[in-house]
Design a binder for this molecule. Structure first.
Ligand code: ASP
Length: 346
C-alpha cells in the first residue's frame, strides 16, 4: 500500500537503546530519550520522501530491560497497523536485539512485509554516530519493493552497518564494532555498500499469501545452561530442577559434546524423564550440533533434542513460543526439529 501521493508508508516503532540515548550531565551515563530528540537529529530522513509515522515506548528502555511483554507491545503495534503500512522499522538497543528479532519471527506468523530492526553503537546525536546511517538504510530496505510491488524483505531482519541479517539467525558479536551483528550459519540477506545488494536466494519469500497471524503467549519457563569444565553434579542438578522449568537450552562444546560421566548423563536423563525438553546447542558461534563424537552420542541417546545450527537466542525463544502454544513436551520436541521461519537448517 502507498499513500495517495504514491510514497511508501512506513511505521517506526521506537523502543529505546543507545540510538536514542543522551548523556546524563550528572552521572555521564547514557539514558534513553524521547523520539522527537531522535528524529530531530536526522533531518535527512525527510529527503527520503516517505510517509513516516512513529510509535514510541513510554518510557523508551535500555534493551537489557526487554521482556516478552515488550515483544507483545511490538507485535501489537505491527498487527494494528499491518494493513496501513508497507513496512516497519523497530529501533532497539543492541544488547538483546537478537532475542527480540528471534522472538518476533515466531510471534508474527505468515509475515509478508518487512520488519527491520536496527539501533546503533553511538547515540544519534554524536558526530561519529552510526545511528543515522542505520536508520536511513533500514527505512530504505523497509520501503524496497520489486517491479510488481511485492516487498523485497518479507521477514524479521536486523540491519546493522554493512549487512542485513535474518533476525532469528543473528547474534550480537561486538560491544564496540559498528558491524556488531552476524549470522554465523546463514548468509547475509543484503550487503550494504554504495548500494543495497540483496541476496534473493537467501531472502524468505512468502508464497503462500496466508494472512498474518500473531502469537502473544511466550512461555518464560525456559533457561540456558552453559557447560564448563568443573561444572559439579550438585550445580547441574539444582539447575535442572528449577521449579516450573519446562525447556532448557543446553550450551554444549564443539559439535554438541558434553561430559560422558555417569552422574552427568543420569542427571540429564532424569530431567528429560520428568518432562523437561532439553535442546542441545553448541557454544561455538559457527557450525552446529553433529553426530561426530561419542561425547555427543550419549547426550542424544538420553533424549536431548539436537538444535543443529540454531542460535541460542532463537532456541530459547522457539521454546518459549512452542510452550506458549500450549504444546506438550513430546510435541515441543517434535516441532523443535523443524524450521518454522528459517531459523534452523535441517
Ligand atoms: N545498552 C544498550 C541497549 O541495548 C546498548 C545499545 O543499544 O547498543 O539498549
Amino acid at each position: 500500500m502507498v499513500d495517495i501521493s504514491g510514497r511508501p508508508r512506513l511505521l517506526i516503532i521506537y523502543t529505546g537503546g543507545t540510538i536514542g540515548m543522551i548523556e546524563n550531565p550528572d552521572t555521564h551515563t547514557l539514558q534513553p530519550f524521547d523520539f522527537s530528540h531522535l528524529i530531530y537529529n536526522v533531518p535527512k530522513v525527510r529527503k527520503l520522501n516517505y510517509e513516516i509515522n512513529n510509535i514510541s515506548f513510554d518510557p523508551p528502555i535500555d534493551s537489557s530491560d526487554m521482556n516478552p511483554g515488550h515483544w507483545g507491545q511490538i507485535v501489537e503495534a505491527i498487527e494494528k497497523n499491518y494493513r496501513a503500512y508497507d513496512g516497519f522499522v523497530v529501533l532497539h538497543g543492541t544488547d538483546t536485539m537478537a532475542y527480540t528479532a528471534s522472538a518476533l519471527s515466531f510471534m508474527l506468523e505468515n509475515l509478508s512485509k518487512p520488519v527491520i530492526i536496527t539501533g546503533s553503537q553511538l547515540p544519534i546525536g554524536e558526530v561519529r554516530t552510526d545511528g543515522e546511517e542505520n536508520l536511513i538504510t533500514a527505512l530504505q530496505i523497509a520501503a524496497s519493493v520489486n517491479s510488481a510491488g511485492v516487498p523485497t524483505v518479507q521477514e524479521v531482519a536486523i540491519l546493522f552497518e554493512n549487512y542485513l541479517w535474518r533476525g532469528n539467525r543473528s547474534t550480537k558479536m561486538s560491544a564496540d564494532n559498528f558491524n556488531a551483528f552476524k549470522s554465523n550459519n546463514y548468509p547475509p540477506l543484503a550487503k550494504i555498500g554504495l548500494g543495497i545488494n540483496f541476496d534473493y536466494d537467501a531472502l524468505y519469500h512468502n508464497i503462500e499469501h496466508r494472512p498474518l497471524r500473531t502469537h502473544y503467549n511466550m512461555d518464560s519457563s525456559v533457561m540456558c545452561i552453559d557447560l564448563f569444565p568443573g561444572l559439579t553434579e550438585s550445580t547441574l542438578r539444582h539447575q535442572l530442577s528449577t521449579p516450573g522449568i519446562k525447556g532448557i537450552v543446553l550450551k554444549t562444546y564443539g559439535a554438541g559434546n558434553a561430559p560422558t560421566a555417569k552422574w552427568f548423563i543420569d542427571a540429564i536423563r532424569e530431567a528429560i524423564e520428568r518432562g523437561v525438553v532439553i535442546v542441545n546447542v553448541t557454544q561455538c558461534v559457527n557450525g552446529g550440533v553433529m553426530k561426530r563424537y561419542q561425547a555427543g552420542d550419549a547426550l542424544a541417546e538420553c533424549g536431548t533434542v539436537s538444535g543443529h545450527d540454531i542460535t541460542a537466542e532463537a532456541a530459547l525463544t522457539k521454546l518459549m513460543y512452542l510452550f506458549g502454544l500450549g504444546l506438550q513436551p513430546e510435541e515441543v520436541r517434535d516441532h523443535f526439529g523443524h524450521s518454522i521461519c528459517g531459523e534452523i537448517t535441517i
